[in-house]
Design a protein around this ligand. Structure first.
Ligand SMILES: [Zn+2]
Length: 267
């Protein structure tokens, strides 16, 4: 599932669309998490794309005051390509100089517009640059949930999924099952700093492509993939030696999600 670094990579791959006019929208297959209707894009037609913003795992295409909000779900893609490139093309956005296709094999992705888009945005602050550290530390320390579940809670902090939660906790030396209320202020500070660093590095590497994450670059025919998966220290490394201490990485299940950690490095 695309997390913050992957969505940020997609955002950066599409910045060439800024300033282009949306001329036409086609909906070859409106079956997504929320059914897509042609008329929901009416307000954007004939308008210039003024900005591309990311918030948590969401991507916003702004046409002045009117925004399209995308969530990639499990396998959603936003690619600069032609609709024929995939049998799973759901929505086609014809800009003055390029075609943007919203593609999804599994139909968990969605696009919302107008008021529905505003309502869907997560309440938690963005994880890439925590704006209010003291507030986040307080939220963590009020919670009796495991720290890893807190990191995944988009109402508390937006953008982190299963991969980066494990990597951040390893980077901070904190065991994933520790309860929020047992985390010290110093540890929470360390976690926020380590977390931002992990996300920045992952963005530098264009995200992680473990299943099928790809993005397209303007003018390039082939899709590109991320490379951060080569730098995973714990995620998907169960039974392999920790790159820091040599102990074997363990896989546990926490709140139904696979969790990877080193017992020796994480307390
Ligand atoms: Zn270790």
């Amino acid at each position: 599932m695309p997390e913050l670094p992957e969505v940020e990579t997609v955002r950066r791959s599409l910045t060439g669309l800024i300033g282009q006019t949306l001329q036409r929208v086609e909906v070859p297959d409106g079956r997504l998490r929320y059914p897509v209707r042609l008329r929901q894009f009416e307000m954007a037609l004939g308008q210039e794309l003024s900005a591309l913003r990311r918030f948590g795992k969401y991507l916003l295409l702004d046409f002045g005051e009117f925004s399209l909000l995308f969530h990639l779900g499990m396998t959603g893609r936003l690619l600069l390509t032609e609709p024929e490139a995939s049998a799973y093309t759901k929505v086609v956005f014809r800009f003055s100089g390029a075609t943007l296709c919203f593609i999804d094999v599994r139909r968990f992705a969605f696009v919302l517009t107008g008021g529905a888009a505003t309502k869907a945005l997560p309440q938690g602050g963005d994880a890439l640059e925590v704006a209010d550290r003291q507030a986040l530390i307080a939220r963590i320390r009020q919670s009796s949930a495991p720290i890893k579940s807190i990191l995944l809670n988009q109402k508390i902090i937006a953008g982190i999924g299963n991969i980066y939660a494990s990597e951040m906790l390893f980077a901070a030396g904190i065991a994933p099952q520790r309860k929020g209320k047992r985390i010290s202020i110093a540890e929470a500070e360390r976690l926020i700093t380590a977390g931002e660093k992990v996300l920045r590095r992952a963005i530098d590497k264009k995200g992680s492509s473990i299943s099928d994450f790809v993005y397209s670059l303007p003018g390039e025919r082939a899709y590109s993939s991320g490379a951060y998966q080569k730098e995973f220290l714990v995620y998907n490394r169960a039974g392999e030696p920790c790159k820091k201490c040599g102990a074997l990485i363990q896989k546990t299940v926490l709140s139904g999600r696979s969790t990877f950690s080193c017992k020796h490095c994480q307390k």
